[in-house]
Structures are given as structure tokens and as C-alpha cells.
Design a protein around this ligand. Structure first.
Ligand code: HEM
Length: 747
């Protein structure tokens, strides 16, 4: 985090220690202005009109990265990534013709009609008319970042993939997404999140296209159009947007009970993450790894965020959808800009590649099943660090094209029927979305290793292929390109025996739809269970048709009697009896998000300052928190600067722009709240209380809490006598994410 005053703990004590006041004033005044993420451009504009005589070349913002400069066929060009950007200070057409005027079309007289001759008008408008491309059919809403993956080498005995050898550093681009909403939908809706990673390895591109939930709604890809049609908005009115709280979704999942496990995850806190930085990722399917000796193992991929797995509360998620629909993409970009780089450890659960492809009775080809971590621990194999924001959203985040068939030697697929259909779907959809077959030549999709395919021509071909014999075998191009044959360098599908009649059938083990939903339910803490009950109650209450609500209650009855009783009570409906005996399952504590302490990097803390606050204290607290890796936003009655005590404090949020939902915690400085307090402050405090967020303060802060009806002994609320004492209780509270003790549970 840039800027630091954490090495000056004595600073925060100033107001109560007049002897050190002069020294402290001088120190705080000498600190650089606090950088708050969100800066729009690399240079600060003047308030006047820019003058061409002062033109300077554009510079990227320090937090931005761009795809490596490689040719369409993967050769390093040696040019800086920025060389693809526009150049020169003069406005030109797309082919470099300098332009004198872009404000007036060419007309027959100043009041006359525009002339067809106006090539500049036509080019400008025509290009604009075609600026949009189809959004993704699912996962349309996303945000991305550049980064690196450093391998520990611990998977080298499992896979011969070169990027998994010890200490190999591989560039990556990650795209996080929601599933259901359109490109412009809100970030914080209740939904599964995509977690897709493109590794630019020296053996070609490897894509790990996962989600933040380890299971899926369907067992066979042929059902994907059905689940997506059911979950997307109703086709007549096109509502509701980006959510499952409507009749067609519940109609489908209540009839298609293999969805139950994913539905449980989707109704849990996992579906409303606090941040992309605080989400797990899962490859979902079982993959097959092959080592240098040809030995195989079955694995499931996991991404574990170093900041822990944390969620919003439902009311907060709903409020954010209005207050800041870009909450997650802003959080990702801001934290990278602030240097709080998101990190995730990649791990694998390793299972023997047995003939029946089951492990401890769990069918590894069934994507509605997990392998509990207690049965197969996640073994760490490398670290992903996101270090750069995209330079251009469209060129990178929108045009990136993931594909499960982007594999490298040492990583292979299994017969999971969902995975098999995905192998077809991504390539197919991208032909339309990206306008032709050459989308892998887009800068963000280019391999960073040699490409020598025999694919030729097509729309938007940007490679200039040499030779005349793009076929095999040939002699005219000297036989190029040669396949690796048995040299060992190429991709080899692990030879697997296949038997059986040609049938449209699933294995009998796929019929178990309720044991793992029950395992998930029983593994949650009381607070998490309550959230799940609340989510089911909310969503089913949004179902117009009572028979659908009834049907879904019958499904829940097969999961757990307590769960169905509580949801039914909320709906004001009788709880149906179970059709099957509840399964005997062992809970998996690893599935709960609660119960540990986590780093507080990049947490957003509001610092309330007012006319009565000591600005010395306020400045010192802000410096200390930012220095400790958090983002501390000063909130004051109006915007601008606060001046006094020899320091100037920039206000980041006025009471007109600040809302509790953008904060993880609030600090109330002594003298911040007037008497009586501004009603907006009371709203802020009551929301923070309801959402179980930490509130700390010093001095008269207690008066505001009393006025807002906060019980003096509320968990996660600490008032100290002195500013110097607040950092420790704040950090302690933030490390647990929320004071869940404040949340009532029915468990
Ligand atoms: C385990 C199950 C699945 C997971 C984890 C998953 C994950 C994802 C993710 C993360 C994306 C967004 C990629 C991006 O950021 O560009 C995506 C897009 C997509 N997925 Fe899936 N998906 C799953 C199942 C399926 C199935 C079964 C199909 C079809 C048979 C499918 C078809 C698509 C399509 C068409 C896109 C849009 C791709 C594009 O336009 O580039 N997905 N999926």
C-alpha cells in the first residue's frame, strides 16, 4: 500500500500530549498527500482546455498492464506492450490521414445537408455503429486482471506440465464474472461467480475455467441450455435481471433435483462474495494429470484466497446493487492500484486414477459432487498474484476467450459428461461472439510460445503466413510443421479403455441427489445456516406460483427436516414430509467460511471527521491504517479539505456520497458527530450495526452510538478514550470479517 505512517504510532496520541504537539504537527504536515485508489488517468488535468502546444505522449497508469507483445503466431516482438496503442499527438483517420476538424460534418453550406462525400463522417459513424459485439451468452458481466503464477514444484511428480515445475513463473490473465446478468448488470447479485484463468505457458495456453462453487447444476452438458434458459429472465417481459429469484428458475430446479447441491451453494453466502479477492475458485470437474513417466492421477483444482473466503450480507448486497453496481470490479481494480495485490494459492486434491473413477464412494465424474477436504486434503502447488489492471477493458477483459480444450502436456480431461460438452461449447460460441475463427490472434488470447498451426485465412486474419503447403504431409515447405510424434514433447491423451453400448444414460451413482446437499447443510455454522434459510425464503417468496414453492419445499425435505421447517415457516406454508430417509453423512468443517482470523489488506474503513475533530488525530489514524494496507476514507459533512491543527485532510466522501455498504468498518473520531447528530450518520451507524461490521471510535463517539441505539456491549464495537488505541481493536475485528454474534440465528 503506498504511503505509510505506521512507523509513527506516537502520532495518533498527539491531542492528549501537548508536549509532542509541535513535533507531531511538523511530521504529519510533511507526509505526502494520501493516495486513494480510483485515479482516472496517469496525469492530473488542469481545469482549463488542453493546449496542443503542451501535448505530451500518453503514459499508462502505474497499476496497468497489457498483454505481452507477441506476434499472432506467438513470437516475442521485442516491442513494449504499449506499442499497440495509438501514437502521435495529431488526430487522424484509421489509416493515418491527419484531420483538421472533427466537430463539423461536411455540408452544402453552414445550414445545408451533409454530403455523402464526407469520408471522415462516414468512417467515424460507421465504426461507432459497430462498436458492440455480442455479450457472452452466460458470464457476460466480468472483470479481469493480469498477474503471475509461480509454481512450487510440488505437482511436478503428478504432472509433466512445464509450468508446474519448481519456481517457474507464468504470466496469467484472470476474469471473474457473474453468470446470469447482462454485461451492465450489478456485481453483487446472488449468483455463482466465474473464476477463469489463462496461463500463458511455454507449452501453449492452459485455461482453468472454474467457478467459485465446486459443483454444478447439471450432470450432463446437454442440459446446459435448459438450466440457463430457466435461470435467465422470463422471455416475455425480460425480468428479473441477474438473479434466480423467479418462477422459471425454481420451476426447473424443483423438477430437476440433481441441481439441489448447487442450489444449496447458490443460496449460501458463497453467492454474495464480499470481493473477488475473497472467493475460492474450483475447477469443478475431475481432471487427469500425467507425469513424465506416464503415471496418471485424478485431481480437483482449488484456488484458495489468502484473504480468506468472505461474504456480504444479503441486505448489503441488495443495497450495493443500487449504490454501486460496480462494487466488485471497483474493489478489484482499486486494490491492485493500491498495491494490495490479490493472491490465491492453487491446490489439488489428488485421487488415484482407479478403473471405476470413484473415491471413497464418490463418483469423480459427477460434477454435482465434491470430495470433502477432510478425505483428500488440498495440496498447495503454486501461488497466483494479480498485479495489474487491464489497460483497456474491451481489448482484454471482453475479448478474452477461454476454452477447456486449451490444455498443456501433463493435464488432460476426464469423461465427466458436463466437461465433455464444455469442450465443444466455448470454441463454438466464440466464433459468433468474436466474429470469426481467428480470435486466438487477439492480443489477449495469443500464446506466448511458438504457434505453428495449419489454420489459414478467415475473417480478421492478422498473421502473415509464409510457405505454400499448410497441409500434412508436404514436401514443398520442407515438411513443416512436424508433429512431435513419440518424442514426448507433445500433448498426449492418456490412453483410457472405453467400453459400453451407445446409450443416452447416466451411471446409477448419478442418481444420488440429496446426500451431498445434506453434507453441505450440516457443515455450516448457525449463522451460515440462517443465511441459507433466509435466502431460500426470499427467493421462494418471489415465486408467484404456489405449486412451485410447494414442490421446492418437497425437495428441501429430502435434504434436512430442520431446513425445510424453517423455510416453510418463512413462506407461511406447511413443511412437507421427506420422500427419502436423510442420508448418513459426515460434515466437512472445511466448507464453513467462519471461525478463523484473516489478513486485513485492502479492507475499506470509513473515518468520520467533523468540525469538532482533531485533524492531527484524523490524519495520523488515516496514515496509520493506509500504511497497514487498508484503504481509509475520510468522511465529513461536506467535501473538499479540512484544515486545522497545522494539517490539511482531504475529504474522500461527504455525507451526500458516503454509504455504509462501501465500508468494512467505521471509525468515529472524537467530535465528529454534531449534536444532535446528522440523520444520515444515524442511518450509517444502524446499517453498520445490522450488517455486523466493526465500529470503533474514541472520545465522544460513544454519544453517536447511543443516539443510534447501539447497545454499549455490542460485539465488534469498541470506544477508546484516545485515538492511539483504536488500531488494535479495529484490526482484530476486521480480521474476523464481521461480528457475527450480532446476527440473530434460529439454529
Ligand atoms: C462446471 C461447469 C461450468 C463452469 C465452472 C463454467 C464456467 C464458466 C466461466 C468461468 C465462464 C466465463 C469465462 C470468461 O470469463 O470469459 C463461462 C462461460 C461460458 N460457459 Fe461455462 N461453465 C460451466 C458449464 C458450462 C457448460 C456445461 C456449458 C455448455 C455446454 C458452458 C458454456 C459456456 C459458454 C457458452 C460461455 C461463454 C463463453 C464465451 O462467450 O467466451 N459452461 N463458463
Amino acid at each position: 500500500m503506498p504511503g505509510s505512517a505506521s512507523s509513527h504510532p506516537e502520532a495518533v496520541r498527539s491531542a492528549s500530549r501537548p508536549a509532542s504537539l509541535d513535533l507531531l504537527e511538523a511530521h504529519v504536515a510533511s507526509l505526502p498527500p494520501e493516495p486513494i485508489p480510483g485515479v482516472p488517468a496517469a496525469t492530473t488535468p488542469t481545469s482549463g482546455r488542453p493546449d496542443p502546444a503542451d501535448a505530451q505522449p500518453l503514459v499508462p497508469k502505474p497499476d496497468q498492464q497489457a498483454p505481452e507483445s507477441v506476434s499472432p503466431t506467438g513470437s516475442p516482438t521485442g516491442a513494449p506492450p504499449r506499442s499497440r496503442a495509438q501514437s502521435g499527438a495529431v488526430l487522424t483517420t484509421s489509416v493515418g490521414l491527419p484531420l483538421r476538424d472533427t466537430d463539423h460534418s461536411l455540408k452544402a453550406g453552414a445550414r445545408g445537408p451533409s454530403l455523402l462525400q464526407d469520408h471522415h463522417l462516414r468512417e467515424k459513424i460507421t465504426h461507432f455503429d459497430h462498436e458492440r459485439i455480442p455479450e457472452r451468452v452466460v458470464h457476460a458481466r466480468g472483470a479481469g486482471a493480469h498477474g503471475t503464477f509461480v509454481s512450487y514444484g510440488s505437482a511436478a511428480n503428478l504432472s509433466r506440465a512445464s509450468f508446474l515445475a519448481a519456481d517457474v513463473e507464468t504470466p496469467v490473465f484472470v476474469r471473474f464474472s457473474t453468470v446470469l446478468g447482462s454485461r451492465g448488470s450489478a456485481d453483487t447479485v446472488r449468483d455463482t461467480r466465474g473464476f477463469a484463468t489463462k496461463f500463458y505457458t511455454d507449452e501453449g495456453v492452459f485455461d482453468l475455467v472454474g467457478n467459485n462453487m465446486p459443483v454444478f447444476f447439471i450432470q450432463d452438458g446437454i442440459k446446459f441450455p435448459d438450466i440457463v434458459h430457466a435461470a435467465k429472465p422470463h422471455p416475455d417481459r425480460e425480468i428479473p435481471q441477474a438473479q434466480s429469484a423467479h418462477d422459471t428458475f425454481w420451476d426447473f430446479v424443483s423438477l430437476h433435483t440433481e441441481a439441489t447441491h448447487h442450489v444449496m451453494w447458490a443460496m449460501s453466502d458463497r453467492a454474495i462474495p464480499r470481493s473477488y479477492r475473497m472467493m475460492e475458485g474450483f475447477g469443478v470437474h475431475t481432471f487427469r494429470l500425467i507425469n513424465a513417466d506416464g503415471d496418471t492421477a485424478l485431481v480437483k483444482f482449488h484456488w484458495k484466497p489468502l484473504l480468506g473466503v468472505h461474504s456480504l450480507v444479503w441486505e448489503e448486497a441488495q443495497m450495493l446493487a443500487g449504490f454501486d453496481p460496480d462494487f466488485h470490479r471497483r474493489d478489484l481494480a482499486d486494490s491492485i492500484e493500491a498495491g494490495a495485490f490479490p493472491q490465491y494459492e492453487l491446490g489439488v486434491q489428488v485421487m488415484p486414477d482407479s478403473e471405476d473413477q470413484t473415491f471413497e464412494g464418490i463418483d469423480l465424474l459427477d460434477p454435482t459432487k465434491i470430495v470433502p477436504e477432510e478425505l483428500a486434503p488440498v495440496q498447495p502447488i503454486g501461488m497466483l498474484t494479480l498485479t495489474g489492471n487491464p489497460t483497456n477493458f474491451f481489448a482484454e477483459t471482453e475479448q478474452i476467450a477461454f476454452h477447456l480444450g486449451n490444455l498443456v502436456p501433463g493435464i488432460d480431461v476426464t469423461n465427466d459428461p458436463l466437461l465433455q460438452a464444455r469442450l465443444f461449447s466455448y470454441l463454438d460460441t466464440q466464433l459468433t461472439r468474436l466474429g470469426g475463427p481467428n480470435f486466438n490472434q487477439l492480443p489477449i488470447n495469443r500464446a506466448q510460445s511458438p504457434v505453428n498451426d495449419m489454420l489459414r485465412d478467415g475473417m480478421h486474419q492478422t498473421a502473415v503466413h509464409e510457405g505454400i503447403a499448410p497441409y500434412q504431409p508436404n514436401s514443398l515447405d520442407g515438411g513443416l510443421p512436424f508433429s512431435t510424434g513419440t518424442s514426448g514433447a507433445g500433448f498426449i491423451e492418456a490412453p483410457q479403455p472405453v467400453t459400453g453400448a451407445k446409450v443416452r444414460q447416466a451411471p446409477a451413482s448419478f442418481d444420488d441427489h440429496f446426500s451431498q446437499p445434506r453434507l453441505f447443510w450440516l457443515s455450516l455454522s448457525d449463522v451460515e445456516k440462517q443465511h441459507l434459510v433466509d435466502a431460500f425464503t426470499f427467493e421462494l417468496s418471489k415465486c408467484y406460483e404456489k405449486p412451485i414453492r410447494q414442490r421446492q419445499l418437497s425437495v428441501l425435505a429430502n435434504v434436512d427436516p430442520d431446513l425445510v421447517a424453517r423455510v416453510a415457516a418463512g413462506l407461511g406454508m406447511p413443511a412437507p414430509a421427506a420422500e427419502y430417509e436423510p442420508a448418513e453423512v459426515e460434515p466437512s468443517p472445511a466448507l464453513s467460511q467462519l471461525g478463523q482470523s484473516w489478513p486485513t489488506d485492502g479492507r475499506v474503513v470509513g473515518l468520520l471527521a467533523g468540525p469538532g475533530s482533531s485533524l492531527l488525530d484524523v490524519a495520523a489514524v488515516q496514515q496509520a491504517l493506509n500504511g497497514a494496507g487498508m484503504t481509509c476514507l475520510v468522511i465529513a459533512p461536506v467535501g473538499g479539505e479540512l484544515e486545522g491543527d497545522g494539517v490539511t485532510v482531504t475529504v474522500q466522501r461527504s455525507l451526500a456520497t458516503a454509504r455504509s455498504v462501501e465500508l468494512d468498518a467505521l471509525i468515529i473520531s472524537d467530535g465528529a458527530a454534531g449534536s444532535p447528530p446528522d440523520p444520515r450518520l444515524m442511518v450509517m451507524v444502524t446499517e453498520l450495526l445490522r450488517h455486523c461490521k466493526a465500529i470503533v471510535g474514541w472520545g465522544s463517539a460513544a454519544d453517536l452510538l447511543t443516539a443510534a441505539g447501539c447497545p454499549p456491549d455490542a460485539a465488534g464495537v469498541v470506544i477508546t478514550s484516545d485515538a492511539a488505541e483504536i488500531a488494535q481493536p479495529l484490526q482484530h475485528a476486521l480480521a474476523q470479517h464481521r461480528a457475527w454474534e450480532r446476527m440473530p440465528t434460529g439454529g
